[in-house]
Design a protein around this ligand. Structure first.
Ligand code: NAD
Length: 399
């Protein structure tokens, strides 16, 4: 189980390129990287295509002003001069910039963590792979969903033969948020996604299904696709030649077959990210909306739901557990919200800003008082032979 203790000698000095104020994915990088402050320290950045907005944003998230750079090239040059210069950089910019920035980062002797889809062509990837090897650097790709530990449970069960020989692979990553062309007009993040010069040769195949394809490789490392057939469409015509929907049929080397559906025009669908692996004895299914659960259906037996953090799960799965049993995944976000409000309350108190304190909703001393009163009243009732008692609000002692 993970508890934030250090896994490496000291945190890595980390910078971001992109991921600024208006970016969709930047905060996910920071919450991922900085959650254990024993792994990464955000010390620099070129956060935005707009240098002023990038600097302002960087300062606002706690990066020193002189290390909020106007562009990544300046950042690489200036950071190289420092003894405490950056060691690793994350690239969270639109697709068409990944190759150029990644190459420059490696040439500046930095490790790289880059957004997906990595580059436009596999030739580019092979070139960068060679450069990274020459430089002795890591290039990681942020297939962010793939860190879910239940996928490692699927991998372990498949490896152990729990579902038998794999016969069918069902992959789906769809949503309906682009069922109309509205966002293509007003959202900067959607505009570039349907522009081949910036997005590359695909829209949803790259934007969505690269995640799911990687996750399928993670859970079935021995399954190699021998051939595939892809049928793609642009239901919003202005997106052509980039697709907003695609079906892919796959044949695997072991005789298994599969299909993947990816779409951003699956109207009404809020989260259609599913993986179902059908074997000769049983099936496993994982769904992003219930990431802590794994459906295990053995032919002829009642279906089982395997739950995160339980001792019956594989060691590899529980090694990545952070919360422990009973607690749901959203709990970390809830704690983060509460801690942020504690900080705002402390700051308001320090400044004597009573109006801000009155406005803030958070569990303060009164919430603590209520909890203690609740216990007192319950215990009083129980101790009186489990009888009805009036809920006492009066304080017995002065605060
Ligand atoms: P976005 O348009 O919302 O944000 C892009 C950010 O990059 C903005 O802050 C912009 O100012 C900045 N930027 C652009 N060019 C820059 C440059 N040359 N230097 C510095 N900053 C620059 O895009 P997004 O949705 O956040 O997507 C960014 C990347 O992340 C894309 O490759 C996308 O495919 C990927 N993405 C991945 C996930 C995931 O789950 N891993 C989720 C969303 C997006």
């Amino acid at each position: 189980m993970l508890n934030g203790e250090k896994k490496i000698a000291r945190p890595l000095r980390w910078a971001m390129i992109g991921g600024g104020r208006l970016s969709q994915v930047g905060y996910k990088h920071r919450t991922g990287a900085l959650r254990d402050n024993t792994a990464f320290q955000l010390v620099a950045g070129a956060f935005d295509i707009d240098p002023e907005r990038g600097r302002d944003f960087g300062v606002n998230i706690g990066v020193k002003e002189d290390r909020c750079y106007s562009d990544y090239k300046t950042m690489f040059t200036e950071e190289k001069k420092r003894e405490d210069g950056i060691e690793v950089v994350s690239i969270a910019t639109p697709n068409g910039t990944h190759y150029e920035i990644c190459k420059a980062a490696l040439e500046a002797d930095l490790h790289v963590i880059c957004e997906k889809p990595l580059f436009f062509t596999s030739d580019e990837v092979l070139e960068i792979k060679k450069l990274a090897e020459e430089k002795g650097k890591i290039v990681g790709v942020t297939y962010g969903f793939s860190g879910n530990q239940m996928l490692l449970q699927m991998r372990a069960m498949i490896e152990k033969g729990d579902i038998g020989e794999i016969r069918m692979v069902e992959l789906q990553y769809t949503h309906g948020f682009n069922a109309t062309d509205e966002a293509d007009k007003y959202s900067a993040a959607q505009k570039w996604r349907v522009d081949p010069k910036i997005a590359g040769s695909s829209f949803v195949l790259g934007d969505l299904s690269t995640h799911t394809y990687y996750m399928s490789q993670l859970i079935m490392p021995n399954m190699k696709i021998s051939k595939l057939l892809c049928d793609r469409q642009s239901f919003i015509e202005s997106r052509a030649p980039l697709e907003d929907n695609a079906y892919v049929l796959m044949h695997y080397e072991n005789g298994a077959v599969g299909r993947l559906w990816t779409s951003s025009v699956n109207a009404g669908c809020m989260d259609g990210h599913r993986i179902r692996i059908v074997g000769s004895k049983a099936s496993l299914e994982w769904w992003d909306s219930k990431p802590g659960e794994l459906s295990y259906e053995i032919q002829g037996q009642p279906a089982q739901t395997l739950i995160r953090a339980m001792p019956y799960l594989d060691e590899s799965c529980n090694a990545d557990e952070r919360l422990g049993a009973l607690h749901v995944e959203g709990l970390s976000d809830s704690w983060a919200n509460i801690y942020l409000k504690f900080a705002i309350a402390i700051d308001a108190k320090n400044r004597g800003d009573q109006e801000a304190l009155d406005y803030l909703v958070y569990p303060d001393i009164n919430a603590g008082l209520e909890g203690v009163r609740w216990i007192e009243n319950c215990v009083r009732s129980a101790d009186q032979g489990s009888t009805w008692v009036d809920f006492e609000y009066e304080q017995k002692t002065q605060l």
